[in-house]
Ligand binder design. Sequence first.
Ligand SMILES: C[S@@+](CC[C@H](N)C(=O)[O-])C[C@H]1O[C@@H](n2cnc3c(N)ncnc32)[C@H](O)[C@@H]1O
Length: 237
Amino acid sequence: MEISRLDKELLEKKYPNDTSYLAKLKANYPVQYLIGDVSFCGYPIQVNESVLIPRFETEYLVDKTSKIIQKLNLTSPTILDIGTGSGCIAISLKKIIPSSFVTALDISEEALKTAKENAKLNNVDITFFHQDILNSKIPDYDVIISNPPYIAYDEKVAPEVKYEPSLALYASDQGLEFYKKIVDNLALIHFKLCAFEIGATQKEPIVNYIKAKLPAYQVTCEKDYNNLDRYIFIMKV
Ligand SMILES: C[S@@+](CC[C@H](N)C(=O)[O-])C[C@H]1O[C@@H](n2cnc3c(N)ncnc32)[C@H](O)[C@@H]1O
């Protein structure tokens, strides 16, 4: 696997008398797991095999969501991050909007352990819950945000992705299961904004589902830096 000069320097510093990581890199093991942390929205986030490696495009989800929160004049919003993983979304939002009340949940105890360490590392106060969103309900929140698992089970993934937890990657119903479950729940509660990251081919079925279930809400879709449909925002009109 090709790595940057900076990553090479970091690895040499971290493993001064040990080059066994080279064989791992050759087998497509993610360099981020070897280094042990990444920068997300400018904040340090520790990563290990229990969490998805935060993606560049998810930074835009955080950026855009925080801007909409400000536009909606939500000064002390309650925010829920569903499927928090490393905690990158929850931590960044709390950093950007310090007056917010941020809660984050995940089904993986191991991921929650890492997310809690990351919250401590970044000196932010976040409430973490162990919860299976597919088999439970969530109450009212001003803002709900999620980058859930969205890869269909039969979809091909890059070789390095196979080292990430499958719990963080795959979803049934062609990858739509989590969106549908969350939208069903949204129909039962009061909320002001819901922000999703989606797979590049999923816009149409997700938007159609939202429009059918939440007719009183406005749905917008935005593209990522590669011009792919990547974000959905649901707001009260
Ligand atoms: C795509 S990862 C996103 C991680 C992180 N939010 C990010 O954007 O980098 C999805 C996360 O959802 C969690 N997850 C999977 N199934 C879940 C469920 N049924 N209930 C709650 N969380 C779940 C996984 O453990 C994983 O951390």
